[in-house]
Design a protein around this ligand. Structure first.
Ligand SMILES: Cc1cc2nc3c(=O)[nH]c(=O)nc-3n(C[C@H](O)[C@H](O)[C@H](O)COP(=O)(O)O)c2cc1C
Length: 318
């Protein structure tokens, strides 16, 4: 087995950066030293208006952490991870060491192969039903990372969609929201972050689905209007606590769910507006079961979505 030298670990970091992040903010940095990679939160890329607590920032970094674990795993090394190893350095999210050589499992191979194929899909999905055993595999992916995934039944699905639409409207009136959205959606030929026009998708002709309006500040000259699926499949990812360690856990679970879905030929859209307005999030939080919703995900079958850009690896290595 070839040892994982710093060059190979830099390749792993490049793969980790393919993870999803809020508005493609890529709020992560990495330091490689010998056989170890340190993963840092980059608060300079936090969305202060939308995400003042940094919850979604840590979910994003958690997603990159899971991807890094896979990138190391598929190269035949067991990644030994310590999360938040140093209380005096809170931005140090994790330290990963390529511990010992192993033969990657079939599952690691399948999830690693899904990394470059996973893209947030904002196109209409077909009306095909997602089979129960597929949902079970997604729930298994969440629970393997210490989170839960629940499918919304017809009543709670409609409630979630209604709350997410209300939240989208409420967010639009939050001071600084438009300016912040504008910064992360401004098109530019050399831009390597943010949500590009090619990823925004069409209008929902019936305005039923609470798709985030990434074209609000920089509208596209021609944005088609299409019919989205009338009964979307909505799943909710939740954790048993609601602090930084839970958000990192949620991010790892999110990416494991999204990659499992990609492997199973599903399209996915994270939908987070309802969780960005505290009063709305409280309505989605069960009082008795101590589960905190961390992400709402729309799943289904659709035409493939386009990839979004990433910053060069040199920019994210410390
Ligand atoms: C914490 C978090 C919240 C997100 N919220 C939304 C959302 O509300 N609506 C949406 O369309 N995409 C959402 N996304 C998807 C990101 O916009 C997407 O990951 C990013 O633009 C990179 O594109 P990619 O996923 O295709 O690689 C979210 C992603 C993360 C990690």
């Amino acid at each position: 087995m070839t040892p994982l030298d710093e060059r190979a670990l830099a390749d792993c970091v490049e793969t980790a950066a393919l993870a999803p992040s809020l508005h493609n903010s890529q709020p992560w940095r990495f330091r490689i030293s010998g056989d170890t990679v340190e993963v840092y939160a980059d608060h300079g890329r936090q969305l202060e208006v939308l995400d003042p607590a940094g919850r979604e920032l840590l979910i994003s970094v958690g997603a990159a952490l899971f991807t890094l674990r896979l990138a190391i795993g598929v190269r035949g090394w067991v990644p030994e991870v310590s999360v938040r190893p140093d209380p005096d350095t809170p931005d140090l999210v994790a330290r990963i060491r390529a511990d010992r050589a192993t033969t990657p499992s079939e599952q690691v191979g399948a999830l690693a192969a899904a990394i470059p194929a996973r893209h947030t899909n904002r196109l209409p999905f077909t009306t095909a039903v997602v089979p129960a055993d597929v949902i079970e595999q997604l729930a298994g992916a969440a629970s393997a990372e210490g989170a839960t995934l629940t499918v919304a039944g017809a009543v709670s699905r409609d409630a979630i969609i209604g709350l997410a639409r209300a939240a989208e409207q409420r967010l639009g009136t939050r001071g600084g929201y438009r300016a912040e959205l504008g910064r992360w959606t401004r098109p530019g030929p050399h831009r390597r972050d943010g949500v590009p026009p090619t990823a925004i998708g069409p209008w929902d002709a019936l305005e039923h689905l609470p798709m985030r309006d990434f074209g609000l500040v920089h509208p596209q000259p021609f944005r088609p209007s299409e019919r989205f699926e009338p009964h979307p499949t909505i799943v909710v990812l939740a954790t048993g606590g609601d602090g930084p360690a839970d958000w990192i856990r949620a991010g790892q679970a999110l990416q494991r769910v999204l990659l499992t879905a990609t492997h199973l030929h599903l399209a996915t859209t994270p939908i987070s507006q309802a969780l960005e307005v505290p009063a709305v999030r409280a309505m989605l939080t069960g009082t008795g079961d101590h589960r905190w919703p961390q992400m709402i995900i729309r799943i289904g079958y659709a035409a493939p979505a386009a990839a979004t850009p990433r910053r060069p690896v040199g920019d994210i290595l410390i």
